[in-house]
Write a protein that binds this ligand. Structure first.
Ligand code: UN1
Length: 502
């Protein structure tokens, strides 16, 4: 096959050897046109195993480089990403179908995590702890963990790699990345960008970072290898149910960032203009293909008629289109399976008494591209498809009257990633953020469920998998902790007052 001229020039500008993307057996498609845009040579379980062996060697050297020096590599990566922000953002648009603003926003998220990680490289602190024994000192030390396997999804094809790699690099780990088979080109572009940073850095071991192109059989080598200390996997709950137990069975560590079924609650005092915009972006942005996409909305009966008709209007007027050629707010679904899943969910919602607004396919581009109008579904209650994550732009809207009951309904789904409350009432807000409020890893007030900044820990509870990536102290997941007790006395007092006189 041959590359489209635009894809070819982008890949070349980003430093990817275009020849590597045309001669293989693994096709890659753009959701923008539905056309095949590349054909790559996939890795195999054998080449994946070889990569693990190489990464182990790289780790042995990298763990000895002082952390602030490791941070210098990430600083250079941030610089390279700044230089390539527009080009990489565009490749994200081609491969994942995001609008230009969202494609570049994703690259900005990578730059942000690099900046964060550079600072972190001088702040990998352990505690000094009071000991009960005289002449002793107790402290904890954080050491590099090992080889980190990063498995990412199509919807954030580059940012999630950066969240993991920027932290892993400053923490002293080697990284093997298995990107989604739906977005291999952006992964190769990241590899090329990192290669420039590594060349400027000069002192990193070979194979500090490797990319494996392929499907589940390749990722499975990482998952099952005892030489991969940490698996950080982003994707569906179905994937997590396979990966999590396998890693646990070998006592490996995992950071799982799985499905979300994120909800907003609109209270009587809510600023409805702001709520409207927050819900519109949260539910329709990225064509509903963020793990943080707002999928459920509970609206108090006193404001239902003031808000929901306006929302339906906003849905009707939103522009859907080719993200490379138009200013449309909503781009394509990733593929036909996503479209089929959306239509199946809408049929189930109708059968359960829902009133569907929107949701039809739009004839944009070829038959192989799947553009849909986002759907808002008024549901009489939270049943059937409302309880599940469908990775498409469907917002289920339900009316509520009692605050305590809506909190319960809010938490009565399997996933626990992100959540929002729209209120100006202090009691409602604080209750939502309290122990009896939202059970999600992310709980917001007067903003939507998506678009988290990198400074906070990112992830969620229950079927979302419990992992935390990105900011705050998520770095601890990429290091191992040693508790050290040092006796600088001439005695040997035992802890807990135990005597053992010999
Ligand atoms: C994802 O969809 O996997 O909070 C990540 C957000 C983005 C990250 C989403 N910062 O929407």
């Amino acid at each position: 096959m041959s590359l489209a001229p635009e894809t070819r020039s982008l890949l070349e500008a980003l430093g990817v050897d275009a020849a590597r993307t045309t001669a293989g057996t693994m096709p890659s498609f753009s959701p923008v046109t539905g056309e095949e845009i590349a054909a790559l040579t996939p890795d195999t379980p054998a080449t994946a195993a070889a990569a693990v062996a190489r990464a182990k060697e790289a780790f042995k050297a990298w763990r000895l480089v002082p952390a602030p020096k490791r941070g210098e590599l990430v600083r250079l990566l941030g610089e390279e990403l700044r230089a390539d922000k527009v080009a990489l953002g565009k490749l994200v648009s081609i491969e994942a179908g995001k609008s230009p603003s969202e494609g570049q926003g994703e690259v900005q998220e990578m730059i942000d995590i690099c900046d964060f990680a550079v600072g972190l490289s001088r702040q990998l602190y352990g505690l000094t702890i009071a000991t009960e024994r005289p002449g002793h000192r107790m402290m904890e030390t954080w050491h590099p963990l090992g080889v980190v396997g990063v498995i990412t999804a199509f919807n954030f094809p580059v940012a999630v790699w950066a969240w993991n790699s920027a932290l892993a690099f400053v923490c002293g780990d080697a990284v093997i990345w298995k990107p989604s088979e739906k977005t291999p080109l952006t992964a190769l572009a990241c590899e090329a960008i990192l290669a420039r940073a590594l060349a400027r850095f000069g002192a990193a071991p070979e194979n500090l970072s490797q990319v494996l192109i392929g499907a589940g059989d390749v990722g499975n080598v990482l998952v099952e290898s005892p030489d991969v200390a940490l698996i950080s996997a982003t994707g569906s709950t179905r994937m997590g149910r396979i990966v999590g137990p396998k890693v646990a069975a070998r006592f490996g560590r995992s950071i799982l960032e799985l499905g979300g079924n994120n909800a907003g609650i609109v209270c009587p005092s809510a600023d409805l203009d702001m709520t409207l915009r927050a819900v519109a972006f949260g539910a329709m942005g990225t064509a509903g293909q963020r793990c943080t996409t707002m999928r459920r909305l509970f609206v108090h009966e006193s404001v239902y008629d003031a808000l929901v008709p306006r929302l339906i209007k906003a849905y009707a007027s939103v522009t859907v289109g080719n993200p490379l050629e138009t200013q449309a707010l909503v781009g394509p679904l990733i593929d036909r399976q996503a479209f089929d899943a959306m239509q199946a969910a809408l049929a189930a919602a109708r059968a359960a008494g829902g009133t569907v607004h929107g949701g039809a396919r739009e004839a944009i581009g070829s038959d192989a591209a799947y553009y849909v109008h986002p759907a808002l579904v008024e549901m009489p209650e939270q049943v059937g498809p409302v309880l599940e994550e469908t990775f498409a732009p469907i917002l289920y809207v339900m009316k509520y009257s009692d605050f305590d009951a809506v909190l319960e309904a809010h938490n009565a789904v399997g996933a626990g990633l992100s959540s929002s409350i729209f209120t100006l009432d202090l009691r409602e807000m604080e209750t939502f953020l309290s122990a009896r409020g939202s059970d999600c890893g992310i709980a917001n007030v007067n903003i939507g469920t998506s678009g988290a900044e990198i400074g906070g820990a990112f992830g969620g509870e229950k079927e979302t998998g419990g992992g935390r990536e990105s900011g705050s102290d998520a770095w601890k997941g990429y290091m191992r902790r040693a508790t050290n007790t040092i006796n600088f006395s001439r005695e040997l007092p035992l802890a807990q007052g135990v005597t053992f006189d010999i």
